[in-house]
Design a protein around this ligand. Sequence first.
Ligand code: FES
Length: 162
Amino acid sequence: MSETVKPFSDSVAEYIRACRVKPHPESYLISVLQKVQTEQGYLSRESMDEVSQMMQVPVSQVTGVATFYHFFQFKPKGRHTVTVCMGTACFVRGAGKVLEKLSEVLKIQVGETTPDGEFSIEQARCLGACAMAPIVVVDGRVYGNVQPPDVVRILEEHGLKS
Ligand code: FES
């Protein structure tokens, strides 16, 4: 299935063109892909093809760089991102059970998005709020001392239909 991809903004296209004329354009691939991901939310196959053509670098090299680094994403995120902290403090205070409950309610795993495009689940290391462990963050809103029975209420605040 082919995806509809927004064209790059003028500033991203200009950045790519500027990189292409530098001595080793391929050495700018990480920063180019970061800009594309920031703008589009993820790296689609089409956008990586476009980067390859614009930079005149083989597509295999573009995808090789993109898949090597864990911070690149290849699927669009949901409207709401639910991040569970799995750092040590959160983990020992039950973050694993919270994550299990989230997966059970949304029927997806970490890194996935619900089929309706509403929710994505991510995990993080330490979010810097260990005193309130375990921590869940939804669209930037921080929930502390979260226990599995709290999960549905939190999701409902962000539009989950019961
Ligand atoms: S370990 Fe979760 S906030 Fe620090």
